[in-house]
Design a protein around this ligand. Structure first.
Ligand SMILES: *[C@@H]1O[C@H](CO)[C@@H](O)[C@H](O)[C@H]1NC(C)=O
Ligand SMILES: *[C@@H]1O[C@H](CO)[C@@H](O)[C@H](O)[C@H]1NC(C)=O
Length: 217
């Protein structure tokens, strides 16, 4: 398989058989997330990256391009956190590519709003951006255990390392795309069947958000 240079940072392909059906499984990393493995792509000027990826739309286009390039359709998409929203957006762009969306801990908006509990106030979000900007290393150190939300050292270490692989300025730009986004309006446009999975104790996403997701999509 040859992927065009604009394609993906990392795509792992394997085939698995469940019962009598065989599935092609693609493990896809979001662009710009694994900088140390793909230094070539990281040499692109940061401002280009920040522009294209300051919204989930850039990632959703990547996903659609990848599926087109591999001629994959009837996808069962599994996306966690920001990737859940990216899957929703991609399914609106090209519904025929998707058969089902499995959304784990996704949220269309993290900021509180009138009549909406997103989990974060504006000042909490501002403080978070400030900490990331001031000292990214120590922000990751403090944020990772909170985000993992349980006493699981291997999981926390893995999450920390994946955050540390990002350049701080890119991480900040991604964090802004995540925490300042409001995708609530698109939920009614998601027509591909969804399975919404939300853990009870999620330090980032309140449970009420999952119910909103269910109601609207
Ligand atoms: C869906 O994918 C299969 C397998 O790659 C391909 O043969 C078929 O033409 C595709 N269908 C559409 C509508 O793109
Ligand atoms: C960031 O914080 C770490 C401790 O968590 C410290 O070792 C490092 O010197 C700090 N870096 C800067 C640039 O302040």
């Amino acid at each position: 398989m040859v992927l065009k240079p604009w394609s993906w940072l990392m795509v792992m392909v394997q085939t698995r058989v469940f019962g009598t059906t065989s599935y092609l499984i693609l493990l896809v990393a979001l662009r710009w997330w694994f900088s140390t493995w793909f230094s070539l792509q990281m040499s692109a000027p940061t401002f280009i990256i920040q522009r294209k990826y300051s919204s989930f739309n850039g990632y959703a286009s990547d996903l659609v391009n990848l599926l087109d390039e591999l001629n994959v359709n009837k996808t069962i998409f599994v996306g966690h956190s920001m990737s859940a929203m990216i899957g929703c957006i991609a399914s609106i762009k090209r519904p025929e590519l998707f058969k089902h969306l499995i959304l784990l801990g996704g949220s269309p908006r993290y900021l509180d709003a009138k009549g909406y509990n997103g989990g974060f106030t504006r000042s909490e979000i501002n403080a978070l951006f400030k900490q990331m900007d001031r000292n990214y290393t120590s922000w990751v150190q403090a944020f990772a255990p909170v985000a993992v939300g349980m006493n699981n050292t291997p999981a926390t270490t893995e999450f920390k390392n994946s955050l540390w692989r990002m350049k701080p300025e890119i991480a900040l730009s991604v964090a802004k795309a995540v925490f300042l986004s409001d995708w609530r309006r698109i939920l009614p446009k998601v027509f591909v069947p969804c399975t919404i999975i939300q853990s009870k104790r999620d330090p980032i996403v309140p449970n009420s958000v999952a119910y909103l997701h269910e109601e609207k999509s």
